[in-house]
Design a binder for this molecule. Structure first.
Ligand SMILES: [Zn+2]
Length: 114
């Protein structure tokens, strides 16, 4: 193998290593984004569960249908705030993000408890 050829091979390899290193950097960034999102979702989940529990504590019966009819005002404020923050508070989609749209079930629910 000529010296020239070896040199070419080495610089080829150098280029490949450079590209791999770049890909590794991208993957690392994606991983860190995923971890961040995972953490955010876990916190959100925790947050929603906490609110759900405190809402359930306020109602005497475990039955959902009954609970919707007699939520004390504190519970109502919490739910209204939760709705304002962009989450469903209706029995149909409770706790899931609302994505900017008003939800009929939620609005009915809010009116019913007002
Ligand atoms: Zn809803």
């Amino acid at each position: 193998m000529g010296k020239r050829k070896i040199f070419d091979q080495v610089s080829d390899m150098e280029k490949q290593i450079g590209e791999l290193y770049e890909q590794l950097g991208d993957l690392k960034e994606q991983l860190s984004n995923l971890l961040e999102e995972n953490h955010r979702l876990a916190m959100e989940n925790h947050h929603i569960r906490k609110r759900l529990n405190s809402t359930e504590e306020h109602s005497d019966s475990g039955e959902n249908d009954k609970a919707t009819t007699d939520i004390p005002s504190e519970g109502y404020d919490n739910l209204a705030r939760l709705y304002e923050e962009g989450f469903h508070i209706c029995n149909v989609h409770y706790g899931s993000p609302r994505e900017e749209e008003d939800c009929l079930f939620c609005l009915l629910f809010l009116n019913k408890t007002k």
